[in-house]
Design a protein around this ligand. Structure first.
Ligand SMILES: N[C@@H](CCC(=O)N[C@@H](CS)C(=O)NCC(=O)O)C(=O)O
Length: 213
């Protein structure tokens, strides 16, 4: 099977983490952000991640892709069902801050070329305003993010999120905040960094692996 993904995309990262945790082999297809034809051909929507199966079928939606592979429920889906609405609120809040902070840096990683960088920046600036203003407002985003991580993540680590074992919720949280590692002015609090390293170890995740094949 083939996973079409963007390296920076948190929904794609959670799938890569989940497949790593489940030890499921797949072919990685890093897709240029301005490639509209590939996702439209596969699912009719310009949205990744997409898993294309050997029978030619293709599937959207990160959690559905993972559920299909997790036949033995190793990712503790019942924990997600129990906390889904509060977790989604947490992810929306952190995701918005991480995007505002990391987007101006993501576009300078090897995932992008001149054309996809321009496409991404133009599209994202419509929603979030000029990237140069996002960079100027960095401190206020960082303060908000740290407060959320301290009050709503750190306090729930047992040592995984609301659990003594890794669950799908950890993959969702880790994937959403992982992008902060590319922001040079930012440093995770030591316990959050240690948590992310625990998730990395459990999922054999390597953010940049596609760039070094
Ligand atoms: N609910 C979807 C969300 C996926 C999603 O939002 N993907 C974004 C990238 S982070 C996307 O493909 N955006 C395409 C675009 O904005 O052009 C999932 O969980 O897979």
């Amino acid at each position: 099977m083939k996973l079409y993904h963007y390296v920076h995309c948190p929904f794609c990262v959670r799938v890569r983490m989940g497949l790593g945790f489940l030890a499921v082999a797949y072919e990685s297809k890093v897709t240029p952000y301005d490639d509209e034809a590939t996702p439209l051909r596969l699912t009719g929507k310009k949205m990744l991640p997409i898993m294309e199966y050997n029978d030619g079928q293709a599937q959207n939606e990160s959690l559905d892709i993972l559920k299909r592979q997790d036949v033995n429920d190793l990712l503790g889906w019942k924990h997600l069902a129990e906390h889904e609405s509060s977790l989604n609120t947490l992810l929306d809040k952190t995701g918005s801050l991480v995007h505002s902070l990391a987007m101006p840096y993501w576009i300078w990683t090897p995932e992008f070329n001149d054309s996809s960088r321009k496409y991404f920046q133009t599209k994202k600036e419509v929603k979030r305003g000029p990237f140069k203003d996002l960079v100027k407002n960095q401190k206020s985003f960082v303060d908000k993010l740290d407060l959320i991580l301290f009050n709503e993540v750190l306090s729930e680590l047992k040592p995984f999120y609301k659990s003594d074992k890794v669950t799908i919720m950890d993959l969702m949280i880790a994937a959403h905040i992982w992008g902060m590692y590319v922001v040079p002015e930012y440093q995770f609090a030591p316990h959050i960094h240690a948590y992310l390293m625990r998730v990395k170890a459990e999922t054999h995740f390597n953010y940049h692996e596609d760039f070094w094949k």
